[in-house]
Design a protein around this ligand. Structure first.
Ligand SMILES: Nc1ncnc2c1ncn2[C@@H]1O[C@H](COP(=O)(O)OP(=O)(O)O)[C@@H](O)[C@H]1O
Ligand SMILES: [Mg+2]
Length: 464
């Protein structure tokens, strides 16, 4: 007997295993490989019908630009400085923010801390969890020292019910933990499926824009960094924040990858403790490694811009004779291709032969150093490692290295130098070009050079 599947245009087939949706039935789910797992589910409305208006639709009449009043909303500060900074100076009312990160990284913790600080008599906050019961959330709240009677908790996965709760309690901020557990019962697909996530997010966006409620949506990211389910969420929301960490590290980096109401590529650094996430207000100290005592050979400090903020990072290199034929090159936290170019430039232009040496490069503390401005520090670390010689202590190395070994100017040099001076650095080696009008911060001696070879000579590392 052959299985005859009705091919009605308004049906979809949903995999019971993974929630994959497709328009045709097949014996095996192409997404997860499960057999006989696809079942037919009607869509909410046949596709021929006019698409339904949302429960919370928003639209406007056409107006002349001059007639439109600019939004002069007042941002609300959470008081978690790093979080506020990343959002662009506090929470923009009526914005929708996605907070993504791997399970266990601290999304619920951060949001509960932020919700606590936002909640006030004139600003009730509703925290809806589809993952934990109110008593579980209370357990966490007790641990974090959160007690705020303007913070309302609910456990709910049905989005329509969430919208009803919003209607009933009129919060100014809604937190939904997480988008993967929310679902609209009138739609096919399991919670977490592409269709469900998209629809729920669109509904929440309309809530945010229509009623001016700030909506925070939490979302899980898989191991390889993709938001489980669709990336489509990133397009819908105003702001996308990702929480990242290195393995077994207590430090968490919160990064704004999209922001309609603030700068992007801004990072905030937190430390996970039993009392919740604590701000690390001076991340340079963290990424500099342990600077007690002498500088080890093969370590150089770079200044990279993360958003609007300069951060000092220690780059470490190790150079060892190749045992068998092909030299190994292993880099972590530094751009691989740039490191390969720097090896070639060191070899050709500075007399630092690395062709029969294994080279390992690492950026301390788990920050990714991909800016060309870090070239000089990476090259200096490698040259120091090759000569087994320590670079001068408390020295910053800033500059982009060109293929002919010239040093090129970098943007925001004064911010980088100011950060180094603040941390007690004594010397900065910088490109000669682009220094016009630059005032060295007090206490910092700036040595400006034209080429990588000259820069290395200041540390006694290159031939004349
Ligand atoms: N008692 C505790 N002491 C210290 N850290 C804790 C404690 N309980 C939980 N954590 C930390 O909180 C993390 C879970 O945070 P959570 O906000 O639930 O993550 P997410 O919501 O991203 O899955 C754990 O991985 C752990 O690092
Ligand atoms: Mg959670």
């Amino acid at each position: 007997m052959s299985k005859v599947r009705p091919g009605k245009s308004h049906s979809v087939f949903v995999c019971k295993g993974c929630g994959n949706e497709q328009s045709k039935w097949s014996g095996q789910c192409p997404a997860c490989g499960e057999w006989n797992s696809l079942t037919e589910a009607p869509t909410a409305k046949p596709s021929t019908e006019k698409s339904p208006r949302r429960l919370t639709d928003f639209s406007s009449n056409v107006m002349r630009l001059a007639e439109v009043r600019a939004e002069s909303a007042v941002r609300r500060l959470t008081g978690l400085g790093e979080f506020d900074r990343i959002l662009g100076g506090g929470v923009w009312p009526g914005s929708m923010v996605l907070l993504g990160g791997a399970p266990g990284i601290g999304k619920s913790t951060l949001m509960l801390q932020a919700a606590d600080r936002l909640a006030a008599p004139d600003h009730p906050v509703l925290y809806v969890s589809g993952e934990e019961s109110p008593s579980q959330i209370k357990g966490r709240a007790d641990r974090l020292g959160v007690k705020n009677d303007r913070l309302l908790l609910a456990s709910e996965t049905d989005l329509l019910e969430v919208l009803r709760l919003v209607e009933e309690h009129q919060p100014k901020t809604l937190v939904l933990d997480s988008i993967q557990t929310a679902h609209k019962p009138d739609l096919p697909g399991m919670p977490g499926s592409v269709g469900q996530i998209r629809e729920c997010a669109a509904e929440l966006l309309h809530l945010a824009k229509g009623k001016g409620i700030t909506v925070f949506v939490l979302g899980h990211v898989t191991k390889d960094g993709e938001l489980a389910g669709p990336r489509v969420l990133e397009h819908i929301v105003d702001t996308v924040l990702y929480f990242e960490t290195e393995d077994r590290n207590v430090y968490r980096i919160l990064r704004a990858v999209k922001n309609r109401f603030g700068p992007t590529n801004e990072i905030g650094v937190f430390e996970m403790t039993s009392r919740g996430l604590m701000e690390v207000t001076n991340p340079s100290e963290l990424f500099l490694g342990d600077r007690g005592g002498a500088t080890p050979p093969g370590a150089a400090v770079a200044a990279v811009m993360e958003g609007t903020r300069p951060i000092l990072v220690e780059v470490q290199a190790l150079v060892a004779r190749t045992a068998f034929g092909m030299p190994r090159r292993q880099v972590s936290g530094v751009d691989y291709n740039r490191a390969m170019i720097l090896i070639a430039v060191l070899d050709k232009r500075c007399g630092v032969p690395l062709d029969s040496q294994d080279v390992y490069v690492n950026a301390a503390g788990g920050l990714r150093v991909e800016e060309p401005a870090a070239d000089l520090a990476v090259a200096a670390a490698m040259a120091g490692a090759a000569a087994d010689k320590s670079l001068p202590p408390l020295t910053l190395w800033v500059g982009e290295v060109g293929l002919s070994g010239e040093l090129r100017s970098v943007g925001q040099l004064s911010e980088r130098l100011a950060e180094a001076a603040k941390l007690g650095f004594k010397t900065a080696v910088t490109p000669k070009s682009g220094l016009k009008g630059l005032q060295a911060p007090p206490g910092l001696k700036v040595i400006s050079v034209a080429t990588l070879a000259e820069a290395l000579k200041t540390a006694g590392l290159a031939e004349d």
